[in-house]
Design a protein around this ligand. Structure first.
Ligand code: PLP
Length: 410
């Protein structure tokens, strides 16, 4: 397997060679990664060579486009080791995948009085839909808290899973704030023991951890292409086929039907019954290139490299006594995402000073206000790594921090 040569890899991403980005240190990869040229070229190639609508045309151009679109579906199924491509639904993003599930599960699998468990680590995308459905349909929503070391409180989870009528557990495979990786295997095992389904939010883990949905035995798994070098506008919902078959459609219209009469409609098979209307065809087609790109580098190599950067960044941050790191101490329990706070300097001010230094980081509540509330902080500054980041980037952060402290007389 090839080792990661970040300087070489960086050259595969056109954004870094643009004059205006000469000085850019991009450390907001948890929000979205950059795109390699192969992905950008694939979008261009689709529009220039294959552009047509899918599933409908009885002409070569459309058949080729359909095959390319369905080819990505097959590739996704192999990438996450699903049993078949029929278990892969394309959506717009992780948020839409979770909403699709929240609406359709609430329609026919969850009853009033049932319990849904989520956690304090969740992005709003994996919290607000469940909270809203709980209010609408009368479910009881329970939230597993985090411990002081930023790991999930498994003792509390154990208490909650023993409550009556637990039907669903919704948990993230990696936190977008602390990088925390919960013990997903244990959560799934315990949930299945009490007859509950498990939905795993893989938005953050997908680009950093090997995903094997069969081994994991999750019932549903969701993620976004844009967080793994693919185009915006493509999300995935994986579901076990026997479960997807039981769920009603989410959106209604063209392409999700077998036949329509004035009085009734026969819906298409899974997964197409969940894909109403024209999808983002060129983006789905180009998404395949992003998965191939990851496979060529090797996800284990990627993980090893990014975690070595995370370790070095934590060591550097620790040298600044003003910095409080919001991340599990044991780096094995988290991904390459590092949140931090500095007393009396708002994270927005940190990001502003970093921006002046050419460093792009994220500052705010990271769409996770319940977690911020439980940690007793309004916001954090967040660094998140990808394969094109280098040790030089960490040095630049070190210099930016020194300038920040000088400015704020800290
Ligand atoms: N879940 C997690 C853990 C995330 O980090 C994010 C985005 O940052 C989402 C869900 C939502 O992803 P998207 O905006 O692509 O729908």
């Amino acid at each position: 397997m090839p080792k990661i040569d970040s300087k070489k890899i960086k050259k595969l991403f056109p954004i870094f060679s643009k004059k205006e980005n000469k000085n850019l240190v991009y450390l907001d990869n948890a929000a979205t990664t950059q795109r390699p040229k192969v992905v950008i070229d694939a979008i261009k190639d689709f529009y220039e060579t294959h552009n047509s609508n899918i599933h409908r045309g009885i002409y070569d151009l459309s058949e080729k486009a359909t095959n390319m679109y369905e080819g990505t579906r097959l590739h996704v199924s192999k990438f996450i080791n699903a049993k078949s491509s029929e278990e892969i639904i394309f959506t717009k993003n992780t948020t839409e995948s979770i909403n699709l599930l929240a609406y359709t599960l609430s329609d026919n699998m969850l009853q009033k009085g049932d319990r849904v468990i989520t956690t304090a680590l969740e992005h709003h995308a994996n919290f607000v839909p469940w909270q809203t459905m709980a209010k609408k349909k009368g479910f009881i929503l329970s939230v597993v808290p985090v411990k002081e070391d930023y790991t999930l409180n498994m003792e509390e989870f154990e208490k909650l899973i023993k409550e009556p009528n637990v039907k669903l557990v919704c948990v993230s495979a990696m936190s977008n704030v602390t990088g925390t990786i919960p013990d997903i295997k244990k959560i799934i095992k315990r949930a299945h023991e009490v007859g509950a389904l498990v939905m795993v939010d893989g938005a953050q883990s997908i680009a950093h951890e090997h995903t094997d949905v069969q081994k994991m035995d999750c019932d549903f798994f969701v993620f976004s292409s844009h967080k793994m070098f693919g185009p915006f506008g493509v999300g995935v919902l994986y579901g076990k086929k026997q479960l997807l078959e039981k769920l009603p459609p989410f959106l209604y219209g063209g392409d999700m039907i077998k036949s329509v009469k004035e009085t009734c409609t026969l819906f298409n098979d899974t997964p197409w019954k969940f894909e109403a209307g024209t999808p983002s065809v060129a983006d789905v087609v180009a998404f395949k290139k992003a998965m191939e790109f990851i496979d060529e580098l090797g996800i284990e190599n990627i993980k090893k490299y990014e975690m070595s950067l995370a370790k070095k960044a934590v060591e550097m941050l620790k040298k600044h006594k003003q910095v409080k790191i919001i991340k599990p101490k044991n780096l094995e329990l988290s991904g390459p995402v590092i949140s931090f706070v500095i007393e009396e300097i708002h994270p927005h001010d940190i990001a502003e000073v970093f921006n002046k230094e050419g460093i792009a980081i994220r500052a705010g509540h990271h769409c996770n206000q319940p977690l911020m509330a439980s940690l007793g902080i309004p916001a954090t500054a967040r660094i998140s790594f990808s394969i094109y980041n280098t040790e030089d980037d960490i040095k630049r952060v070190d210099i930016a921090l020194k300038k920040l402290f000088k400015l704020f007389k800290k």
